[in-house]
Design a protein around this ligand. Structure first.
Ligand code: GDP
Length: 458
Protein backbone atom coordinates (compact mmCIF):
# COMPACT_ATOMS: atom_id res chain seq x y z
CA UNK A 1 0.00 0.00 0.00
CA UNK A 2 1.60 3.28 -0.99
CA UNK A 3 1.60 6.04 1.58
CA UNK A 4 -1.17 8.06 -0.03
CA UNK A 5 -3.40 4.99 0.08
CA UNK A 6 -2.49 4.36 3.69
CA UNK A 7 -3.50 7.93 4.52
CA UNK A 8 -6.75 7.48 2.62
CA UNK A 9 -7.61 4.25 4.46
CA UNK A 10 -6.98 5.80 7.86
CA UNK A 11 -9.03 8.90 7.02
CA UNK A 12 -11.90 6.73 5.83
CA UNK A 13 -11.85 4.69 9.02
CA UNK A 14 -11.94 7.90 11.08
CA UNK A 15 -14.71 9.30 8.95
CA UNK A 16 -16.82 6.21 9.46
CA UNK A 17 -16.44 6.51 13.18
CA UNK A 18 -17.39 10.15 13.12
CA UNK A 19 -20.51 9.33 11.08
CA UNK A 20 -21.75 6.97 13.79
CA UNK A 21 -24.46 8.50 15.98
CA UNK A 22 -23.13 7.03 19.19
CA UNK A 23 -19.57 5.95 19.56
CA UNK A 24 -19.44 2.80 21.60
CA UNK A 25 -16.76 0.22 22.09
CA UNK A 26 -17.83 -1.65 18.96
CA UNK A 27 -17.53 1.43 16.74
CA UNK A 28 -14.16 2.34 18.23
CA UNK A 29 -12.88 -1.20 17.78
CA UNK A 30 -14.02 -1.29 14.17
CA UNK A 31 -12.22 1.94 13.48
CA UNK A 32 -9.03 0.81 15.22
CA UNK A 33 -9.13 -2.54 13.43
CA UNK A 34 -9.51 -0.79 10.10
CA UNK A 35 -6.55 1.48 10.84
CA UNK A 36 -4.49 -1.45 12.09
CA UNK A 37 -5.23 -3.40 8.92
CA UNK A 38 -4.08 -0.46 6.79
CA UNK A 39 -0.87 -0.10 8.82
CA UNK A 40 -0.11 -3.82 8.65
CA UNK A 41 -0.65 -3.80 4.90
CA UNK A 42 1.93 -1.03 4.80
CA UNK A 43 4.29 -3.38 6.56
CA UNK A 44 4.27 -1.59 9.91
CA UNK A 45 5.44 -3.95 12.67
CA UNK A 46 2.68 -5.86 14.42
CA UNK A 47 3.93 -4.84 17.86
CA UNK A 48 3.79 -1.14 17.04
CA UNK A 49 0.27 -1.48 15.70
CA UNK A 50 -0.84 -3.40 18.75
CA UNK A 51 0.71 -0.83 21.08
CA UNK A 52 -1.08 1.91 19.21
CA UNK A 53 -4.41 0.16 19.72
CA UNK A 54 -3.74 -0.35 23.42
CA UNK A 55 -2.67 3.25 23.95
CA UNK A 56 -5.69 4.70 22.21
CA UNK A 57 -8.00 2.53 24.23
CA UNK A 58 -6.28 3.77 27.36
CA UNK A 59 -6.81 7.41 26.35
CA UNK A 60 -10.42 6.91 25.37
CA UNK A 61 -12.41 5.97 28.43
CA UNK A 62 -14.23 2.81 27.45
CA UNK A 63 -16.65 3.11 30.37
CA UNK A 64 -17.88 6.38 28.96
CA UNK A 65 -18.25 4.77 25.59
CA UNK A 66 -20.26 1.94 27.08
CA UNK A 67 -22.57 4.43 28.74
CA UNK A 68 -23.21 5.84 25.28
CA UNK A 69 -21.88 9.32 26.06
CA UNK A 70 -22.06 11.72 23.22
CA UNK A 71 -19.20 12.72 21.01
CA UNK A 72 -18.60 16.00 22.75
CA UNK A 73 -17.85 14.26 26.02
CA UNK A 74 -15.33 12.09 24.30
CA UNK A 75 -13.73 15.06 22.68
CA UNK A 76 -13.42 16.79 26.03
CA UNK A 77 -11.89 13.68 27.45
CA UNK A 78 -8.97 13.97 25.12
CA UNK A 79 -8.13 16.92 27.27
CA UNK A 80 -7.26 19.97 25.23
CA UNK A 81 -9.07 22.81 26.84
CA UNK A 82 -7.84 26.01 25.34
CA UNK A 83 -10.14 27.78 22.95
CA UNK A 84 -7.93 27.15 19.99
CA UNK A 85 -7.38 23.61 21.09
CA UNK A 86 -11.12 23.18 20.94
CA UNK A 87 -11.06 24.44 17.42
CA UNK A 88 -8.64 21.71 16.50
CA UNK A 89 -10.97 19.25 18.10
CA UNK A 90 -13.93 20.70 16.26
CA UNK A 91 -11.98 20.19 13.10
CA UNK A 92 -11.13 16.72 14.18
CA UNK A 93 -14.73 16.06 14.99
CA UNK A 94 -15.31 16.33 11.27
CA UNK A 95 -12.83 13.53 10.92
CA UNK A 96 -13.15 11.73 14.20
CA UNK A 97 -13.61 12.54 17.87
CA UNK A 98 -10.65 10.33 18.60
CA UNK A 99 -8.63 11.76 15.81
CA UNK A 100 -6.25 13.54 18.12
CA UNK A 101 -5.41 10.37 19.98
CA UNK A 102 -4.87 8.49 16.76
CA UNK A 103 -2.84 11.30 15.30
CA UNK A 104 -0.57 11.34 18.35
CA UNK A 105 -0.15 7.59 18.30
CA UNK A 106 0.78 7.60 14.62
CA UNK A 107 3.31 10.32 15.33
CA UNK A 108 4.74 8.20 18.13
CA UNK A 109 5.18 5.25 15.77
CA UNK A 110 7.08 7.43 13.35
CA UNK A 111 8.97 9.68 15.73
CA UNK A 112 12.59 8.63 15.65
CA UNK A 113 14.16 11.28 17.86
CA UNK A 114 16.76 13.90 17.05
CA UNK A 115 19.97 13.57 15.01
CA UNK A 116 23.21 13.31 16.95
CA UNK A 117 24.64 16.38 15.24
CA UNK A 118 23.20 19.30 13.29
CA UNK A 119 25.62 21.09 10.97
CA UNK A 120 25.83 24.87 11.24
CA UNK A 121 26.00 27.16 8.25
CA UNK A 122 29.39 28.84 7.91
CA UNK A 123 31.16 26.30 10.12
CA UNK A 124 32.85 23.35 8.41
CA UNK A 125 31.17 19.99 8.95
CA UNK A 126 32.18 16.67 7.43
CA UNK A 127 29.23 14.41 6.67
CA UNK A 128 29.84 10.81 5.67
CA UNK A 129 27.20 8.81 3.81
CA UNK A 130 27.00 5.03 4.20
CA UNK A 131 24.62 2.37 2.92
CA UNK A 132 24.25 -0.67 0.71
CA UNK A 133 24.79 -0.48 -3.03
CA UNK A 134 21.74 0.74 -4.92
CA UNK A 135 20.03 2.24 -1.87
CA UNK A 136 20.25 5.70 -3.37
CA UNK A 137 23.33 6.87 -1.47
CA UNK A 138 25.02 8.81 -4.28
CA UNK A 139 21.72 10.36 -5.31
CA UNK A 140 20.99 11.34 -1.70
CA UNK A 141 24.47 12.88 -1.26
CA UNK A 142 23.75 15.22 -4.14
CA UNK A 143 20.19 15.92 -2.99
CA UNK A 144 21.49 16.74 0.49
CA UNK A 145 24.14 19.05 -0.96
CA UNK A 146 21.65 20.69 -3.30
CA UNK A 147 19.09 21.17 -0.52
CA UNK A 148 21.65 23.04 1.57
CA UNK A 149 23.11 24.94 -1.35
CA UNK A 150 19.68 26.41 -2.04
CA UNK A 151 19.65 27.64 1.54
CA UNK A 152 22.91 29.48 1.13
CA UNK A 153 25.38 26.84 2.30
CA UNK A 154 28.63 26.07 0.54
CA UNK A 155 28.56 22.29 0.10
CA UNK A 156 31.11 20.05 -1.64
CA UNK A 157 31.06 16.41 -2.65
CA UNK A 158 33.85 13.85 -2.26
CA UNK A 159 33.62 10.49 -3.99
CA UNK A 160 35.32 7.88 -1.80
CA UNK A 161 33.58 5.01 -3.57
CA UNK A 162 36.34 3.11 -5.33
CA UNK A 163 34.43 -0.16 -5.32
CA UNK A 164 31.76 0.54 -7.92
CA UNK A 165 33.01 1.36 -11.40
CA UNK A 166 31.27 4.50 -12.54
CA UNK A 167 30.59 5.83 -9.05
CA UNK A 168 32.87 8.82 -9.53
CA UNK A 169 31.35 9.62 -12.94
CA UNK A 170 27.86 9.49 -11.47
CA UNK A 171 28.73 11.82 -8.62
CA UNK A 172 30.62 14.12 -10.97
CA UNK A 173 27.66 14.30 -13.32
CA UNK A 174 25.20 15.02 -10.49
CA UNK A 175 27.53 17.58 -8.92
CA UNK A 176 28.13 19.35 -12.21
CA UNK A 177 24.40 19.57 -12.86
CA UNK A 178 23.87 21.17 -9.46
CA UNK A 179 27.00 23.32 -9.74
CA UNK A 180 28.49 21.80 -6.60
CA UNK A 181 32.29 21.36 -6.34
CA UNK A 182 33.39 17.72 -6.24
CA UNK A 183 36.52 15.68 -5.71
CA UNK A 184 37.42 12.15 -6.77
CA UNK A 185 40.08 10.11 -8.54
CA UNK A 186 40.19 7.50 -11.28
CA UNK A 187 43.67 6.38 -10.20
CA UNK A 188 43.64 6.15 -6.42
CA UNK A 189 42.17 2.93 -5.12
CA UNK A 190 42.26 3.61 -1.39
CA UNK A 191 38.96 5.22 -0.36
CA UNK A 192 40.37 6.64 2.90
CA UNK A 193 43.17 8.44 1.01
CA UNK A 194 40.74 10.03 -1.45
CA UNK A 195 38.36 10.98 1.34
CA UNK A 196 41.13 12.73 3.29
CA UNK A 197 42.41 14.55 0.19
CA UNK A 198 38.91 15.72 -0.68
CA UNK A 199 38.10 16.85 2.83
CA UNK A 200 41.41 18.75 3.12
CA UNK A 201 40.90 20.49 -0.19
CA UNK A 202 37.38 21.65 0.62
CA UNK A 203 38.34 22.74 4.12
CA UNK A 204 40.89 25.05 2.51
CA UNK A 205 38.17 26.32 0.20
CA UNK A 206 36.03 27.14 3.23
CA UNK A 207 33.20 24.83 2.29
CA UNK A 208 30.84 24.45 5.24
CA UNK A 209 29.34 21.08 4.29
CA UNK A 210 31.81 18.48 3.04
CA UNK A 211 29.91 15.39 2.00
CA UNK A 212 31.80 12.12 1.64
CA UNK A 213 30.12 9.41 -0.44
CA UNK A 214 31.46 5.95 0.47
CA UNK A 215 31.19 2.56 -1.25
CA UNK A 216 28.29 0.23 -0.79
CA UNK A 217 28.06 -3.56 -1.26
CA UNK A 218 25.16 -5.68 -2.35
CA UNK A 219 24.78 -7.00 1.14
CA UNK A 220 26.07 -6.29 4.60
CA UNK A 221 29.52 -7.85 4.71
CA UNK A 222 32.72 -7.48 6.69
CA UNK A 223 34.58 -5.71 3.86
CA UNK A 224 31.94 -2.98 3.66
CA UNK A 225 31.96 -2.33 7.39
CA UNK A 226 35.76 -2.38 7.51
CA UNK A 227 36.00 0.18 4.72
CA UNK A 228 33.41 2.37 6.40
CA UNK A 229 35.43 2.31 9.61
CA UNK A 230 38.64 3.21 7.76
CA UNK A 231 37.09 6.19 6.00
CA UNK A 232 35.48 7.27 9.23
CA UNK A 233 38.75 7.07 11.16
CA UNK A 234 40.60 8.98 8.46
CA UNK A 235 38.10 11.80 8.01
CA UNK A 236 36.61 12.03 11.51
CA UNK A 237 33.14 12.97 10.26
CA UNK A 238 30.89 15.14 12.40
CA UNK A 239 27.90 13.12 11.28
CA UNK A 240 27.46 9.72 9.64
CA UNK A 241 24.26 9.44 7.63
CA UNK A 242 22.98 5.97 6.89
CA UNK A 243 20.99 5.78 3.64
CA UNK A 244 18.37 3.08 3.29
CA UNK A 245 16.00 1.94 0.57
CA UNK A 246 12.41 1.98 1.89
CA UNK A 247 11.31 -0.92 -0.29
CA UNK A 248 12.82 -3.35 2.22
CA UNK A 249 10.02 -2.48 4.65
CA UNK A 250 10.28 -3.99 8.12
CA UNK A 251 13.70 -5.44 7.32
CA UNK A 252 14.86 -1.86 7.77
CA UNK A 253 14.98 -2.54 11.50
CA UNK A 254 17.76 -5.15 11.22
CA UNK A 255 19.65 -3.22 8.58
CA UNK A 256 19.62 0.00 10.58
CA UNK A 257 20.75 -1.88 13.70
CA UNK A 258 23.60 -3.56 11.82
CA UNK A 259 24.93 -0.27 10.47
CA UNK A 260 24.56 1.39 13.86
CA UNK A 261 26.70 -1.33 15.41
CA UNK A 262 29.52 -0.88 12.89
CA UNK A 263 29.78 2.87 12.66
CA UNK A 264 28.27 5.62 14.76
CA UNK A 265 25.24 6.45 12.65
CA UNK A 266 23.87 9.83 13.71
CA UNK A 267 21.02 10.20 11.22
CA UNK A 268 19.17 8.27 8.54
CA UNK A 269 17.83 9.07 5.08
CA UNK A 270 15.11 6.76 3.80
CA UNK A 271 14.92 6.74 0.01
CA UNK A 272 12.39 5.71 -2.64
CA UNK A 273 9.39 6.67 -0.57
CA UNK A 274 7.60 7.38 -3.82
CA UNK A 275 5.30 4.59 -4.82
CA UNK A 276 6.61 1.88 -2.54
CA UNK A 277 4.16 -0.29 -0.68
CA UNK A 278 6.47 -0.70 2.26
CA UNK A 279 7.41 2.91 2.92
CA UNK A 280 5.38 3.15 6.12
CA UNK A 281 6.94 -0.06 7.39
CA UNK A 282 10.45 1.13 6.66
CA UNK A 283 9.94 4.46 8.39
CA UNK A 284 8.38 2.94 11.47
CA UNK A 285 11.06 0.23 11.60
CA UNK A 286 13.85 2.80 11.52
CA UNK A 287 12.05 4.87 14.13
CA UNK A 288 11.87 1.77 16.32
CA UNK A 289 15.68 1.60 16.32
CA UNK A 290 15.61 5.19 17.67
CA UNK A 291 17.60 6.33 14.64
CA UNK A 292 16.54 9.80 13.61
CA UNK A 293 15.28 9.98 10.04
CA UNK A 294 16.17 13.44 8.79
CA UNK A 295 15.16 13.30 5.13
CA UNK A 296 13.16 11.09 2.84
CA UNK A 297 13.80 10.61 -0.88
CA UNK A 298 10.64 10.89 -2.93
CA UNK A 299 11.90 10.51 -6.48
CA UNK A 300 14.94 10.38 -8.72
CA UNK A 301 15.21 14.12 -9.21
CA UNK A 302 17.46 16.40 -7.26
CA UNK A 303 14.68 18.22 -5.46
CA UNK A 304 12.58 15.16 -4.68
CA UNK A 305 13.85 15.22 -1.16
CA UNK A 306 11.96 16.23 1.96
CA UNK A 307 12.86 17.05 5.52
CA UNK A 308 11.30 14.35 7.66
CA UNK A 309 9.36 15.40 10.69
CA UNK A 310 6.76 13.01 12.10
CA UNK A 311 3.97 15.50 12.89
CA UNK A 312 3.65 17.28 9.55
CA UNK A 313 4.24 13.95 7.85
CA UNK A 314 1.29 12.31 9.63
CA UNK A 315 -0.82 15.43 9.03
CA UNK A 316 -0.19 15.11 5.35
CA UNK A 317 -0.78 11.40 5.43
CA UNK A 318 -4.22 12.09 6.85
CA UNK A 319 -4.86 14.85 4.34
CA UNK A 320 -4.69 17.65 6.89
CA UNK A 321 -1.86 19.66 5.43
CA UNK A 322 0.47 20.94 8.12
CA UNK A 323 -2.48 21.91 10.24
CA UNK A 324 -1.32 20.32 13.44
CA UNK A 325 1.86 22.33 13.51
CA UNK A 326 0.08 25.49 12.63
CA UNK A 327 -2.49 24.95 15.33
CA UNK A 328 0.15 24.16 17.91
CA UNK A 329 1.86 27.36 17.03
CA UNK A 330 -1.19 29.53 17.09
CA UNK A 331 -2.35 28.09 20.35
CA UNK A 332 1.00 28.93 21.83
CA UNK A 333 1.22 32.45 20.55
CA UNK A 334 -2.26 33.94 20.61
CA UNK A 335 -2.86 35.49 24.03
CA UNK A 336 -5.80 33.80 25.75
CA UNK A 337 -7.88 36.99 25.87
CA UNK A 338 -7.54 37.45 22.13
CA UNK A 339 -8.53 33.92 21.26
CA UNK A 340 -12.34 34.34 21.30
CA UNK A 341 -12.01 37.49 19.19
CA UNK A 342 -9.78 35.71 16.76
CA UNK A 343 -12.18 32.83 16.47
CA UNK A 344 -15.02 35.24 15.82
CA UNK A 345 -13.05 36.80 12.99
CA UNK A 346 -11.99 33.44 11.68
CA UNK A 347 -15.56 32.30 11.40
CA UNK A 348 -15.99 35.02 8.73
CA UNK A 349 -13.01 33.71 6.80
CA UNK A 350 -9.26 33.69 7.01
CA UNK A 351 -8.00 37.00 5.67
CA UNK A 352 -4.49 38.23 5.03
CA UNK A 353 -5.00 40.68 7.88
CA UNK A 354 -5.54 37.80 10.30
CA UNK A 355 -2.37 36.19 9.07
CA UNK A 356 -0.55 39.50 9.56
CA UNK A 357 -1.78 39.76 13.15
CA UNK A 358 -0.69 36.21 13.90
CA UNK A 359 2.73 36.92 12.45
CA UNK A 360 2.92 39.95 14.76
CA UNK A 361 2.12 37.71 17.71
CA UNK A 362 4.82 35.29 16.64
CA UNK A 363 7.43 38.01 16.35
CA UNK A 364 6.49 39.41 19.75
CA UNK A 365 7.35 36.08 21.28
CA UNK A 366 10.89 36.30 19.97
CA UNK A 367 12.97 33.17 19.61
CA UNK A 368 10.61 31.05 21.73
CA UNK A 369 7.89 31.49 19.18
CA UNK A 370 10.14 30.01 16.58
CA UNK A 371 11.42 27.04 18.44
CA UNK A 372 8.50 24.63 18.23
CA UNK A 373 8.44 21.32 16.45
CA UNK A 374 6.70 23.09 13.59
CA UNK A 375 9.78 25.06 12.83
CA UNK A 376 12.88 22.92 12.71
CA UNK A 377 15.46 23.83 15.28
CA UNK A 378 18.38 25.86 14.12
CA UNK A 379 16.19 27.62 11.57
CA UNK A 380 14.67 30.18 13.89
CA UNK A 381 16.41 33.10 12.18
CA UNK A 382 15.40 31.86 8.80
CA UNK A 383 11.77 31.52 9.86
CA UNK A 384 11.80 34.92 11.47
CA UNK A 385 13.29 36.52 8.36
CA UNK A 386 10.67 34.84 6.20
CA UNK A 387 7.84 36.15 8.35
CA UNK A 388 9.27 39.65 8.33
CA UNK A 389 9.52 39.47 4.54
CA UNK A 390 5.88 38.42 4.30
CA UNK A 391 4.85 41.26 6.59
CA UNK A 392 6.77 43.82 4.51
CA UNK A 393 4.89 42.59 1.48
CA UNK A 394 1.57 42.82 3.32
CA UNK A 395 2.46 46.37 4.42
CA UNK A 396 2.12 47.40 0.80
CA UNK A 397 -1.35 45.96 0.41
CA UNK A 398 -4.54 48.00 0.49
CA UNK A 399 -7.22 47.44 3.14
CA UNK A 400 -9.38 45.83 0.51
CA UNK A 401 -6.65 43.32 -0.26
CA UNK A 402 -5.93 42.62 3.39
CA UNK A 403 -9.58 42.04 4.26
CA UNK A 404 -10.43 39.86 1.33
CA UNK A 405 -11.05 36.21 2.17
CA UNK A 406 -9.42 34.93 -0.98
CA UNK A 407 -6.76 35.94 -3.45
CA UNK A 408 -9.01 36.36 -6.48
CA UNK A 409 -8.45 40.09 -6.26
CA UNK A 410 -4.73 39.67 -6.78
CA UNK A 411 -4.24 40.26 -10.46
CA UNK A 412 -0.91 40.88 -12.11
CA UNK A 413 -0.97 44.65 -11.80
CA UNK A 414 -1.81 44.50 -8.09
CA UNK A 415 1.02 42.07 -7.51
CA UNK A 416 3.43 44.31 -9.41
CA UNK A 417 2.32 47.30 -7.36
CA UNK A 418 2.78 45.38 -4.11
CA UNK A 419 6.21 44.14 -5.20
CA UNK A 420 7.33 47.66 -6.10
CA UNK A 421 5.97 49.09 -2.87
CA UNK A 422 7.65 46.52 -0.69
CA UNK A 423 10.93 46.35 -2.59
CA UNK A 424 10.36 42.65 -3.24
CA UNK A 425 10.02 40.66 -6.45
CA UNK A 426 6.69 39.63 -7.95
CA UNK A 427 7.77 36.05 -7.40
CA UNK A 428 8.16 36.69 -3.67
CA UNK A 429 4.70 38.27 -3.58
CA UNK A 430 3.31 35.18 -5.29
CA UNK A 431 5.11 32.90 -2.87
CA UNK A 432 3.70 34.84 0.05
CA UNK A 433 0.19 34.50 -1.36
CA UNK A 434 0.71 30.77 -1.85
CA UNK A 435 1.68 30.45 1.80
CA UNK A 436 -1.43 32.37 2.78
CA UNK A 437 -3.61 30.14 0.59
CA UNK A 438 -2.11 27.04 2.14
CA UNK A 439 -2.89 28.21 5.67
CA UNK A 440 -6.32 29.54 4.72
CA UNK A 441 -7.15 26.20 3.14
CA UNK A 442 -6.19 24.39 6.31
CA UNK A 443 -8.52 26.65 8.28
CA UNK A 444 -11.35 26.21 5.86
CA UNK A 445 -11.14 22.51 6.50
CA UNK A 446 -12.17 23.05 10.06
CA UNK A 447 -15.74 22.09 9.60
CA UNK A 448 -16.79 22.97 13.12
CA UNK A 449 -15.53 26.52 12.90
CA UNK A 450 -18.76 27.89 11.49
CA UNK A 451 -20.64 26.49 14.49
CA UNK A 452 -18.38 28.03 17.01
CA UNK A 453 -20.56 30.87 18.10
CA UNK A 454 -23.46 28.51 18.46
CA UNK A 455 -21.47 26.31 20.83
CA UNK A 456 -19.81 28.75 23.22
CA UNK A 457 -19.56 26.41 26.17
CA UNK A 458 -17.83 23.59 24.51
P1 GDP B 1 23.91 4.01 -4.59
O1 GDP B 1 24.45 2.76 -5.21
O2 GDP B 1 23.44 3.76 -3.22
O3 GDP B 1 24.83 5.16 -4.67
O4 GDP B 1 22.56 4.35 -5.38
P2 GDP B 1 22.24 5.45 -6.46
O5 GDP B 1 22.28 6.80 -5.85
O6 GDP B 1 23.06 5.22 -7.67
O7 GDP B 1 20.71 5.12 -6.74
C1 GDP B 1 20.27 3.87 -7.26
C2 GDP B 1 19.01 4.12 -8.08
O8 GDP B 1 17.96 4.56 -7.24
C3 GDP B 1 19.17 5.22 -9.13
O9 GDP B 1 18.51 4.80 -10.30
C4 GDP B 1 18.50 6.41 -8.51
O10 GDP B 1 17.98 7.28 -9.49
C5 GDP B 1 17.39 5.75 -7.72
N1 GDP B 1 16.93 6.55 -6.58
C6 GDP B 1 17.63 7.12 -5.58
N2 GDP B 1 16.83 7.73 -4.70
C7 GDP B 1 15.56 7.57 -5.15
C8 GDP B 1 14.26 7.97 -4.67
O11 GDP B 1 14.09 8.62 -3.62
N3 GDP B 1 13.20 7.59 -5.42
C9 GDP B 1 13.33 6.88 -6.58
N4 GDP B 1 12.22 6.54 -7.25
N5 GDP B 1 14.52 6.48 -7.04
C10 GDP B 1 15.63 6.82 -6.34
Amino acid sequence: MVLAQLGGSISRALQQMSNATVIDEKVLNECLNEISRALLQSDVQFKLVRDMQTNIKKIVNLDDLAAGHNKRKIIQQIGVDKVLGQTVLLYWEGVSPNGVAIFNELCKILDPGKPSFTPKKGKTSVIMFVGLQGCGKTTSCTKYAYYHQKKGWKPALVCADTFRAGAFDQLKQNATKAKIPFYGSYMESDPATIAVEGVERFKKENCDLIIVDTSGRHKQEAALFEEMRQVSEATKPDLVIFVMDSSIGQAAFDQAQAFKKSVSVGAVIVTKMDGHAKGGGALSAVAATKSPVIFIGTGEHMDEFEVFDAKPFVSRLLGMGDLSGFMDKLQDVVPMDQQPELLEKLSEGFTLRILYEQYQNLLKMGPIGFSSELMPQGRENENQAKIKRCMTIMDSMTNEELDSVNTKLMNESRMMRIARGSGRTVREVMEMLEEYKRIAKAWSKMKGLQNLRRRPNM
